[in-house]
Design a protein around this ligand. Structure first.
Ligand SMILES: C[S@@+](CC[C@H](N)C(=O)[O-])C[C@H]1O[C@@H](n2cnc3c(N)ncnc32)[C@H](O)[C@@H]1O
Length: 554
């Protein structure tokens, strides 16, 4: 039978330090995996590192005999014991004095022993190491990590000794081989990443392919190309970069280079579909808050569309009314912005206002009426999801641009859409559209509604399809280019893919692309927040985040 000893995590953890370091991670903007892809349930690295360490090392009460043989520790423990015993005696006396009275002093408990003090001092040492270990700055501090790894190995050797008589001791308790770590529900991969950092062989799996991609990109691929110099021509031509490439720094350099190349190429091919927004004098006249941007061209972050259906009211037959679950664009205090529809000439247009809406409840509600229904913007006539479904299935679901979100000086700027903008978006013509049959929207599967989404291609607007197919083409082109340049840089031209353990030019090209996709998949829409498709979706976010090579689509 396996002999299991008590682990540190069962007795003590420096929770304050772990909590503080975990909370701090949220504001780390550089180098943290969450800045590449924000996985919805990711655990903080600090907490993951601390709990793996504390699960791997023995609680000191399990090896007091070893502690007793440390003369210095024993001397220190002797002094601490003296003080503890003094307190204990005082407590015993208090308890004795209280006998027969109404006083109820705390129970002094058993007399403190040297073994207890030795274990406490050792626990303090281990907890201090955890406090050091969880600091973000120490994530790559080899001196600190090595101390932690040595403790883990030490506990493991003890486990092997206790289990020397186990019938499968040779396979399971090899002193020179730490046990592997497996997280079958790895998600964002915080646990296997930290296990690997602490010197364990890490295995991860997950049902969700995005989680698998994140884990492969984070844990499996970088170690395979550790020490590899970048293959891109710019780095190779640069004499200064010919030094040593520690860990995955060479791979990271190539991800940056080819990511930038893809971004530049995409901008050349489809940039015209995403024009900047010029803030004109007329716009400023209507919206004085735009004065600081007068004459400037602002980069657009998002085009907010509302899906539309024909008005159910015969008096407005032919008017495509919006399915807007809210008209509020920003509810941030002091930065409120909202869409205000203007009904005119038998139709409507959208304007954007800043400040508190005159009717906050109406702005918040958009054209939505409680559960399962919307109302016609023109007439207030209510209609149900069944009507939307029928309109969509009859090919009468459209879309209207509701607002434009642009990048201002350290804040977002909400602008009213222009006809020109809408026309440019509508001018996009994808060369290809996924035609695999789909089951409808996720939110409505239970009701059996399809809202006209018959194929996977139907989920996307033409402009989204143009963008996505362009990126998809560029992935292939980037792969071919990287492979060629990897061969020129001296990597083996062996055609062995990454999934079969390849380390040559083909596998390297695949590795660079996987790392790029992991960053780009920050754009995956199966929304961590929304979890479903709404009727008023962002069309395309093209965020020029510093350090992000590929742009960002939603
Ligand atoms: C709470 S998350 C894990 C979070 C992770 N510890 C982290 O730090 O990101 C749970 C994960 O379990 C996965 N999952 C759920 N059921 C599964 C199954 N039957 N097989 C494999 N993975 C599953 C989900 O896809 C999800 O990624």
């Amino acid at each position: 039978m396996t002999v299991n000893k008590k682990k540190l995590i069962e007795v003590a953890l420096p929770l304050d330090a772990i909590n503080k370091a975990s909370a701090r991670e949220k504001s780390i903007r550089h180098g943290h995996p969450s800045t590449l892809h924000l996985w919805w349930a990711r655990r903080p690295l600090a907490a993951a590192r601390a709990v793996i360490f504390a699960q791997m090392v023995d609680d000191p009460s399990e090896y007091v005999d070893v502690l007793r043989s440390d003369a210095r520790l024993k001397r220190r423990a002797g002094q601490v014991l003296k003080a503890r015993r003094k307190h204990w005696r005082e407590a015993v006396e208090r308890a004795e004095r209280a006998e027969g009275t109404t006083l109820d002093p705390p129970n002094p408990g058993p007399e403190p022993t040297l073994d207890e003090v030795l274990a406490d001092l050792e626990r303090e040492r281990l907890c201090a190491l955890i406090e050091e270990l969880v600091q973000w700055e120490n994530s790559t501090n080899e001196a600190v990590l090595d101390k932690a790894r040595a403790e883990i190995r030490q506990s493991w050797r003890r486990a092997c000794d206790y289990n020397a008589g186990h019938p499968r001791a040779q396979a399971l308790f090899d002193r020179n081989k730490l046990p592997a770590f497996h997280d079958p529900f790895a998600g964002g991969g915080a646990l296997p990443l930290e296990a690997q950092r602490l010197g364990l062989e890490a295995w991860a799996s997950d049902l969700n392919p995005v989680a698998v991609l994140i884990n492969k990109a984070m844990i499996e691929i970088p170690p395979r190309f550790a020490g590899q110099a970048p293959v891109n021509p710019a780095s190779r031509a640069n004499a200064a970069s010919s030094g040593s490439w520690k860990g995955a720094t060479g791979l990271a350099e190539d991800v940056r280079y080819y990511g930038q190349w893809m971004r530049d190429e995409a901008e050349k091919r489809i940039g015209h579909l995403y024009p900047k927004m010029k803030v004109t004098a007329e716009m400023v006249a209507e919206r004085p808050d735009l004065k600081r941007y007068a004459g400037r061209e602002l980069t657009v972050i998002a085009w907010l569309w509302a899906r539309t259906v024909n008005s159910p009211n015969p008096a407005f037959a032919g008017v495509e009314v919006p399915l807007a679950s809210t008209f509020m664009l920003s509810t941030k205090k002091g930065k409120e912005a909202y869409v205000e529809p203007v009904i005119e000439n038998g139709g409507y247009r959208f304007t954007v206002k800043v400040g508190q809406p005159k009717d906050p409840a109406a702005a918040k509600a958009g054209t939505k009426l409680g559960r399962g229904a919307f109302k016609c913007l023109m007439s207030g006539t209510p209609f149900k999801y069944e009507y939307i479904d029928a309109e969509a299935n009859a090919g009468r679901m459209g879309a209207r641009l509701m607002a434009i979100v642009a990048e201002g000086d350290r804040s977002r700027v909400y602008l009213a859409p222009t006809q020109e903008n809408e026309a440019i978006a509508r001018s996009a013509e994808p060369g290809w559209k996924p035609d695999a049959p789909s089951r409808g929207t996720w939110a409505s599967n239970a009701q059996g509604r399809r809202y006209g989404f018959r194929t996977f291609g139907d989920y996307f607007t033409p402009r989204q399809l143009v963008a996505l197919t362009t990126f998809s083409d560029l992935v292939g082109e980037a792969m071919a280019r990287i492979r060629e340049e990897a061969i020129a840089a001296g990597l083996l031209d062996d055609d062995k893919p990454l999934r079969d353990g390849g380390t040559g030019a083909r596998a390297y090209a695949e590795a660079v692309v996987v790392e790029m996709l992991r960053q780009g998949s920050g754009l995956a829409v199966f929304s961590e927040e929304a979890g479903h498709i709404g009727w008023d979706d962002g069309d395309l976010l093209w965020v020029n985040r510093p350090g992000f090579p590929g742009g960002h689509i939603v």
